[in-house]
Structure formats: structure tokens, C-alpha cells
Design a protein around this ligand. Structure first.
Ligand code: ACO
Length: 218
């Protein structure tokens, strides 16, 4: 993959799991609206394990800045395959973790998955689904998010997935997908997703108002 300046985008390898998680804790989880919109603020072990479980698919990428005597991660994307069984799987996972922070996050994602149902909607056997995208806050607005998403799309082509899908929990990631010509297929407003007692399941800080699901056909 061609480098721009001192930053190159490359696949994450399995021994880099801890390094990737250190980056995500600092530059992804602190602001990601579902994590920020549920208490306590720290992501659960189940959440972190789930993200890292995607590394072996070869579908996770990092942006790495050369610092002369070493390098630092300045951006990362975590993606993994899913198929038409996605909605059912998510309903089961959400029920399994009900009552915890991860359970509330899965409750929202399960509703999104059921509503968007991208594999059936596009009549495809699989999608490469983006679960997390984060860029070092000092380096935002420099197309690193775009470069990471392009790496995912290229890998999806190579692995034979007909589409890339992403549930944008943040307005910034949603704007990015629009710029990359992804198609908006579903919106779930946080204010409309209530639990049995009528309380909002997640309450992300402004300006985030919804989860928007986008798809790129390859
Ligand atoms: N807060 C404030 N401003 C931001 C943010 C942010 N979180 N993200 C981007 N911007 C600004 C940029 O600084 C830039 O401003 P400029 O035009 O004045 O230079 C403008 O918005 C465009 O930025 P992009 O190039 O589209 O953003 P980039 O790719 O650098 O970062 C990203 C986007 C990765 C979503 C980033 O906001 C981020 O890491 N957020 C924290 C984690 C998160 O919420 N991730 C998305 C959740 S959804 C998912 O993971 C599938």
C-alpha cells in the first residue's frame, strides 16, 4: 500500500493485539458514542475481546507513523465478516449480556442489525463489516479514516465479500462514509431506542444523534 508522508496503512498482525488495544482505548473508546453513552465509561472485557477476535481474519488495519527510531499507531480500523445470520446472532448475544454495559451496547447494535439486515437487503452471502474506526485526535481531518476504509474495501474485494458495511455511531464517521460514496441504508435514532421501562438505552453526548448504517457495493 502506498505511503503518504510518514504514515503508512498496513494489516494488523496477531502479536500486535495489545498495541492495537492500547491505541483504541486512548483514541477510539473514549469518544465512541455507544461507549461514551453508557456507564461506566470504560469498555468491558467482552467488548475488547470481541474487537481483537477480528484480527485473525486479516481484515484489521492500522495507520502507523514512522518516528525515526520507532513508530506509533495513529489510526486503526477493525472489521470482520458477517452473513445473513447476523441479526439472529446479535439478538442472542444481546440477550446473553443483558444488564451489563456491553449488553446495552449490543441491544442497540442488535436493533440496528435487525433493521439494516444488509446481507438480505443486498441479497449477498456476506459482508465485511466495520466494527471500529479511530484516528488519533491530533491527526484527524488528514484522510487517515479514508485510507483505513479504503484498505478494508480492498481486502473485502480480495476475500470475495460483495459489500462493506458499517454502523456509524458518530456523526463524524457518518460524514466520512458519505464522502466515500457509501449508501445510507438505515438510521436508528438514540432518542427512539428505549428499554422496557421507557428509558433511553444509550445516551451519547451531542452532536451524536443516531446510528447510521452505510454500505459500499464492491
Ligand atoms: N471530533 C471533532 N472533530 C472531528 C472529529 C471528532 N471526533 N472527527 C473528525 N473531526 C473533524 C476533523 O478534525 C476534520 O476537521 P477539518 O475539516 O476542520 O480539518 C473534519 O472533522 C473531517 O474529518 P475526517 O477526515 O472525516 O475525520 P477522520 O477520518 O480524521 O476521523 C473518525 C474520523 C475516525 C471517526 C474520528 O472522529 C474518531 O476517531 N472518532 C473517535 C472514535 C469514533 O467515534 N469512531 C467512529 C465510531 S463508528 C465506528 O467505529 C464504525
Amino acid at each position: 500500500m502506498p505511503a503518504t508522508g510518514d504514515i503508512r496503512v498496513r494489516q494488523v498482525t496477531e502479536p500486535e493485539a495489545d498495541r492495537l488495544m492500547t491505541f483504541l482505548l486512548e483514541h477510539y473508546y473514549r469518544e465512541e458514542p455507544l461507549t461514551a453513552g453508557t456507564s461506566p465509561p470504560e469498555p468491558t472485557a467482552d467488548d475488547k475481546e470481541f474487537l481483537l477476535s477480528n484480527i485473525p481474519y486479516g481484515t484489521c488495519f492500522l495507520a502507523e507513523e514512522d518516528q525515526g527510531n520507532g513508530s506509533r499507531i495513529v489510526g486503526a480500523v477493525v472489521a470482520g465478516p458477517k452473513d445473513a445470520g447476523g441479526p439472529e446472532l446479535m439478538r442472542r448475544e444481546a440477550a446473553l449480556h443483558a444488564g451489563s454495559k456491553w449488553g446495552r451496547i449490543l441491544d442497540v447494535l442488535s436493533a440496528v442489525e435487525t433493521g439494516s439486515d444488509v446481507c438480505r437487503r443486498f441479497n449477498v452471502p456476506s459482508s465485511l463489516h466495520v466494527h471500529a474506526l479511530g484516528v488519533n485526535r491530533e491527526l484527524r481531518g488528514k484522510a487517515l479514516g479514508s485510507r483505513l476504509m479504503e484498505a478494508v474495501a480492498q481486502e473485502a474485494r480480495e476475500q470475495g465479500h460483495p459489500i462493506v458495511s458499517v454502523d456509524c455511531t458518530s456523526v463524524y464517521s457518518a460524514r466520512l462514509m458519505q464522502r466515500l460514496n457509501y449508501e445510507l441504508v438505515h438510521t436508528l435514532r438514540y432518542a427512539d431506542h428505549l428499554d422496557a421501562s421507557g428509558q433511553q438505552v444509550v445516551t451519547p453526548p451531542p452532536p451524536h444523534e443516531s446510528v447510521q448504517t452505510f454500505v459500499l457495493r464492491l
